[in-house]
Design a protein around this ligand. Sequence first.
Ligand code: ADP
Length: 301
Amino acid sequence: MKIAVLSRNPRLYSTRRLVEAGQLRGHEMVVVDTLRAYMNIASHKPQIHYRGKPLEGFDAVIPRIGASVTFYGCAVLRQFEMMGVFPLNESVAIARSRDKLRSLQLLSRRGIGLPVTGFAHSPDDIPDLIAMVNGAPLVIKVLEGTQGIGVVLCETEKAAESVIEAFMGLKQNIMVQEYIKEAGGADIRCFVVGDKVIAAMKRQAKPGEFRSNLHRGGSASLIKITPEERMTAIRAAKVMGLSVAGVDILRSNHGPLVMEVNSSPGLEGIETTTSQDVASLVIQYLEKNGGPHLTRTKGKG
Ligand code: ADP
């Protein structure tokens, strides 16, 4: 197959590994810089141009779209879809997953366990919003944040009120969430490919920190997940419409709670921790499921 990897930087670990794994399995791998792909959207024959030439002959595309380029990246991916190129994850699903609130609404509709979460616009509604998530301690999250930035733990209701007011004053969209204390600063990253969890790791926050993100100094270790956690991760990816996803789960007293479903999960932490050849499993998924004109949505919806 001829496979495009949509990525801003060919030197990134995940991009390098996908290229390497694809080549080892006999595919032609081409890294396409997301922001350098441009397109004629009104043409009856959809095309993408790249460095002065049309991109042609691709069978599949692996989107590695960073949060800061979601809008443009999804437009490029949609164009690939319109050209009949098979996407590892579809543009519609990626766009969905980038809005934390929308994702939680979709997951809750299908009965997937989630931390109690509230969303409000007016400062007048703050007291009831706090009561809705069972009071302090609670977590406040900026909707478009990543890597733990914009996630704040408030120990008291007074502190929570002030922080929520401040975010509202700054016109930042935030959600308010019950704090899952019993998770003990740990979460579980389940790497889903198709209908399987192919690797899982536990991430533990450093002492004095509740966010377990590796970017925030968290450490990763191997973990054996329960059948319930496995099923939750697979269902969450499916509800979001993602073939490949990193599903983050908190272990609560009442079972697994999904915190987030990531549509471009990094490979470095999970491959290093689990010694799984995740990149190769992703390529094998494309070999098995890819093909021309097989996208479900072609960017619709
Ligand atoms: P980001 O997308 O920026 O990583 P997350 O929502 O995943 O934001 O939160 C970052 C980290 O904070 C999580 O990995 C988890 O360790 C911790 N965390 C987030 N929400 C909660 C919560 N409701 N209860 C306990 N810990 C949480």
